[in-house]
Design a protein around this ligand. Structure first.
Ligand code: CO
Ligand code: CO
Ligand code: CO
Length: 330
């Protein structure tokens, strides 16, 4: 499924109004939010995908970090999770499945999230992920729609998991690039989310399948703001540029570009390798956190203290004029 496909599939459906749905299908946000009381709301999300690394335990760890990320992107605290598994048990036996589930549990333990159960189906291609439930205060929800003129946007993980995992499939990725990718994908967005809340963030999302430009565009559109992205400040995973230059570019990159590029200005002045990285689909990517200019240092300090050392201040919210567009600085 590419960008826009789900919107099209749901188009025209009559979704009943419920006043307790604080964030639902309409906003296209990272997770849904449902109000339980004046002080408490549930954050709910589900995500699963096919293996992107060979080692089943690592795959489980990465898939779980990726599934939890949408709750962190809303500023929520995940509390429970359920496994979703498709697996060719008749062909591969149960041992690799056990390793995937063990990996998922590693990450849930680290996050302090309780595993409640799950569901498994026999399928030719393995797929794994989790549905996750979290808690949030109804007045402290971070959506994509909160950008204001003059805000800065900080990215909390380097880019490049798409090109490196594609190189890995083609057996041309360097071991150090693979290590850097796995380390990054396994890392929870919890610390970044806590730092965002501490610094008084006004909007947030996580970078996943639509790439940096796609997810930043969703913020720009939801907020009706024009965003200027300084591409010289973007952190890249070790080896990501080499992989992109070799041309190990996943199919999703082209789909992302053709969908989002009509609203991106300045692509013609960009190095084509860097442009591929801006559209590179990420697995378990970082958060994009927006704060008013005067709180950028506060945010950077809060991130540093929690060990989020690759965070970079990459974009400026210019204002409502030509809203829903991104301008690139090369
Ligand atoms: Co998301
Ligand atoms: Co998601
Ligand atoms: Co069941």
């Amino acid at each position: 499924m590419g960008p826009g496909d789900l919107d099209q599939a749901l188009c025209g459906m009559d979704i009943p109004f419920d006043p307790n749905v604080l964030v639902g299908l309409r906003g296209g946000d990272d997770a849904g939010v449902y109000r339980i009381s004046e002080e408490l709301a549930l954050v709910q999300t589900v995500d699963f995908f096919t293996p992107i690394v060979d080692d089943p335990r690592t795959f489980g760890q990465v898939a779980a970090a990726n599934s939890l990320s949408d709750v962190y992107a809303m500023g929520g605290r995940p509390i429970t999770a359920m496994n979703i598994v498709c697996f060719p048990a008749k062909k591969l036996g149960l041992e690799p499945l056990r390793e995937i589930l063990r990996g998922g549990l590693d990450t849930l333990k680290e996050a302090g999230v309780a595993l409640l159960g799950g569901h498994t189906v026999e399928d030719a291609e393995p797929k794994y992920g989790l549905s996750v439930t979290g808690l949030i205060h109804p007045h402290r929800i971070l959506t994509k729609a909160g950008l204001k003129e003059g805000d800065r946007i900080v990215l909390t993980k380097p880019l490049g998991t798409g090109v490196i995992s594609t190189a890995l499939k083609g057996r041309v990725a360097s071991p150090s690039a693979c290590d850097a990718m796995v380390r990054s994908m396994r890392t929870l967005n919890r610390a970044a989310s806590e730092a965002a809340l501490e610094a008084g963030a006004v909007a947030c999302t996580d970078v996943t399948g639509f790439g940096l430009l796609g997810h930043m565009m969703e913020m720009a559109k939801a907020s009706g703001m024009r965003v200027r992205l300084d591409t010289t400040r973007i952190p890249l995973l070790e080896g990501a540029r080499d992989c992109a230059a070799m041309g190990t570019v996943p199919g999703g990159t082209r789909a992302n570009r053709s969908f989002f590029s009509p609203r991106v200005e300045g692509e013609d002045r960009m190095d084509p390798v860097m442009l591929d990285l801006l559209y590179d689909p990420q697995t378990s990517g970082g958060l994009l956190i927006a704060v008013p200019q005067e709180r950028v240092e506060l945010l950077e300090d809060a991130l540093q203290r929690r060990g989020v050392i690759t965070a970079a201040n990459i974009a400026l919210v210019e204002g409502p004029k030509q809203g829903g567009k991104i301008a690139l600085n090369a």
